[in-house]
Ligand binder design. Structure first.
Ligand SMILES: [Zn+2]
Ligand SMILES: [Zn+2]
Length: 318
């Protein structure tokens, strides 16, 4: 059992999301503490609140922002702790969420709204990262492209659609379906590899904008001359605020992006599957039965897709 330090809460993990970062760290491609418990996307229950007026009590349902800010830099002192570049990341710099219990500073813990499930709470960090693209200088009327064929691309598309971007396309690297040259006002990258940037720069209109949002484990080559010829604008999106993320989750139904919660013991197979393909969001839990429970939703959510019904119709009954 971890021993919480002053200012920390002991949290019983209900659900932990599996993310690319976990795969990179497990593969030794990203510098990390060693030994280390992986996992940075989580929701759970406060097991021990300790002392201090942090506003939490044992039994509170919570979600955690995994980037622990330094508290001293310009971002921290100007009210943007989520974007602190000197943060300590859970599951990278210190023990993470693939555990029954973990200790985290109260400052990164947020109350989980009653209407949100633990899975939704554990999904707040990816949502927070996707919402950050709205801080870039992109406009709903522009022709935009989300470059990538993965669940981050899908989530980012949802975020843009709810923000009024009606004509966003998504496209993965696919030589058999080349994209139009000089066609897009902006491109949001979701998989930072060199060939992706070659194509992104080619398809942007001169003066177009690329929004960097992924966090590759190392440097990536970019054809600078090609970018300069087109006067491509590079912008980066780290995080929105965690509160905005929880609000987004309370307003939108993203459950179709989620896989079932799997037992924590399956972590090796779940991580290996995630490395092969990112389709649905994968989750782990020490108690999958509790974790799969969905709370009642008194607030009607905004379903962007029509709801399919698999109820047998009365007409077809024998
Ligand atoms: Zn993540
Ligand atoms: Zn800072």
């Amino acid at each position: 059992m971890p021993e919480p330090r002053p200012g920390e809460l002991l949290i019983r993990v209900a659900v932990a999301g599996v993310c690319r970062t976990d795969v990179y760290v497990a593969q030794g491609r990203m510098l990390s503490a060693d030994p280390l418990i992986l996992g940075h996307e989580l929701a759970g229950v406060v097991a021990e609140a300790g002392r201090g007026d942090h506003g939490f009590a044992a039994g509170d349902r919570v979600a955690v922002m995994p980037a622990i800010p330094c508290g001293r830099c310009l971002r921290c002192t100007s009210g943007m702790p989520e974007c602190c570049p000197h943060h300590e990341f859970l599951g990278v710099a210190r023990h993470g969420a693939f555990a029954e219990y973990m200790a985290v500073p109260a400052q990164v813990v947020h109350h989980l709204p009653e209407t949100l499930s633990f899975r939704e709470g554990a999904y707040a960090e990816p949502v927070c990262a996707s919402l950050a693209v709205l801080k870039a200088g992109i406009q709903p009327a522009e022709r935009g492209l989300i470059y990538g064929d993965n669940r981050i691309a899908e989530l980012t598309k949802r975020v843009l659609l709810t923000a009024g971007f009606a004509t966003v396309e998504t496209h993965g690297m696919d030589p058999s379906r080349p994209l139009e040259t000089d066609a897009y006002d902006f491109v949001i990258e979701t998989e930072a590899v060199a060939p992706a940037f070659d194509e992104i720069i080619r398809v942007l209109r001169p003066g177009g904008r690329v929004v960097l949002k992924s966090r590759p484990p190392g440097p990536v080559a970019i054809d600078v001359a090609a970018a300069v010829r087109k006067e491509v604008v590079f912008e980066s999106a780290s995080y929105a605020t965690f509160s905005e993320s929880l609000k987004y989750l309370a307003d939108q139904d993203l459950a179709d992006l989620f896989d079932e919660v799997r037992p924590l013991e399956d972590f090796a197979t779940v991580l290996a599957a995630d490395d092969v393909g990112e389709d649905l969001k994968r989750f782990l839990s020490p108690d999958p039965v509790e974790a799969n429970r969905v709370p009642p939703r008194p607030i009607a959510k905004d379903h962007t897709a029509p709801v399919a019904t698999d109820q047998p119709s009365a007409m077809s009954a024998p």
